[in-house]
Design a protein around this ligand. Structure first.
Ligand SMILES: Cc1ncc(COP(=O)(O)O)c(C=O)c1O
Length: 367
């Protein structure tokens, strides 16, 4: 038996017919851009997250960019963000000519360490861009208090956190604008590329709609220099079909996480994910900490079990952000985690047998 890291084929039987039928309608109508599917998706995605507005985009990275841009962040501004995240969080800030300022992460949650944020604030700080990494919301109460005290904006990167909530409030509602990704492997994924921002602010909504379409509200009338960040109808069609399943799939992810944690509890070497009481964690990734991580990964691979590392290099050690002048040792927690973390296979259809096989393999490795 092989255990893939993620198995998109396992979803096909439930969704394929409906997606094919929507695709067929798009082809018949030759309405490929900004049509019915995008409008339907925006409405339903916003409702599902109790947000007023969604603007569907070409990618999550476009979402990171427009969230910052529509909040007026730009040259001379600093934006505080966690050093352990996918690079797109930082890229979105860099595209506006603002400067990302990294902060170390909390050892238990792997999210930004709220206790370190104030040390990173300077007169140039405009915003804190939180990331709900792996599907677990960041410590929003503390972060909100800091933001209010220092009059900072909050932005969210919710790319890994569809339907996650903090104290019963869905993510996407803790900021001026939140960015989402619908990359195929995300909890809610397209069959290509896709992203969005959500917001409760009408001005940001209107700006984002213009920016995604060359700065225009009316075709060929351009109020500002924008981008081509539109989502295709085909991708919105996939998302509309998947929206019918996302709540159940999220519960399945949570059940899988529970089973992993139960089966690994007697493997002393392994630290299973910490789930904060106030969080509804949606387990985009199930990330454990394991000594001799690289050897463990090859051992699992030999047994047909795939795994991943999210992420092997904290952003300050990447070539892309070398110019910020951080060095090895600047963020000791993130650097330590990068050596120990391993993401185990996680997707809704993952079977009990496969989870048992993964846990048994881990147990036998340490034995
Ligand atoms: C935390 C985070 N932010 C942003 C992105 C960017 O999304 P996309 O790949 O859709 O551009 C991703 C996706 O990989 C992500 O995981």
């Amino acid at each position: 038996m092989q255990v893939p890291f993620i198995d998109l084929k396992a979803q096909l039987p439930e969704i394929r017919k409906n997606i094919e039928s929507r695709f067929s309608e798009i082809i018949t109508n030759t309405a490929f851009i900004s049509g019915r599917n995008v409008a339907e998706f925006e409405k339903r995605f916003a409702r599902m997250h109790n947000c007023r507005y969604t603007v569907a985009l070409a990618s999550g990275t476009a979402g990171n960019h427009l969230a910052a841009q529509c909040c007026g962040i730009g040259s001379g501004d600093e934006v505080i963000m966690p050093v352990n995240t996918f690079i797109a969080t930082a890229e979105g800030i860099s595209y506006t000519d603002a400067k990302p300022v990294f902060v170390d992460v909390d050892e238990k949650t792997c999210n930004i360490d709220a206790g370190l944020i104030e040390d990173a604030i300077t007169p140039a700080t405009r915003a804190i861009n939180v990331v709900h990494l792996y599907g677990q919301p960041a410590a929003m109460q503390k972060i909100d208090e800091i933001a209010s005290k220092h009059r900072l904006l909050v932005l969210e990167d919710a790319a890994q956190a569809h339907l996650a909530s903090y104290r019963d409030t869905k993510v996407g509602n803790f900021s001026k604008a939140a960015a989402w990704s619908f990359y195929p492997g995300k909890n809610l994924g397209t069959w290509g590329e896709g992203g969005a921002i959500t917001t409760n602010d009408e001005a940001i909504y209107n700006d984002a709609k213009k920016y995604r379409d060359h700065g225009s509200g009316q075709k060929y009338y351009h109020d500002m220099i924008g981008y081509n960040y539109r989502m295709s109808e085909f991708q919105a069609a996939v998302l509309n079909v998947k929206l019918d399943f996302i709540e159940r799939w999220t519960e399945q992810r949570r059940n899988n996480a529970r089973l992993y944690t139960e089966l690994l509890k007697d493997v002393d070497e392994v630290i299973t994910p910490y789930e904060a009481d106030e969080c509804y964690h949606v387990y985009h990734l199930y990330v454990v900490r394991a000594p001799e991580r690289n050897r463990l990964q090859s051992y699992l691979k030999d047994k047909g079990i795939a795994s991943g590392i999210h992420y092997p290099l904290p952003l300050h050690l990447t070539g892309a952000y070398k110019h910020l002048g951080y060095e090895k040792g600047s963020f000791p927690v993130a650097e330590k985690l990068a050596e120990e973390i391993v993401s185990l296979p996680m997707y809704p259809e993952l079977t009990k047998e496969k989870i048992e096989m993964v846990c048994e393999a881990i147990r036998s490795f340490y034995r």
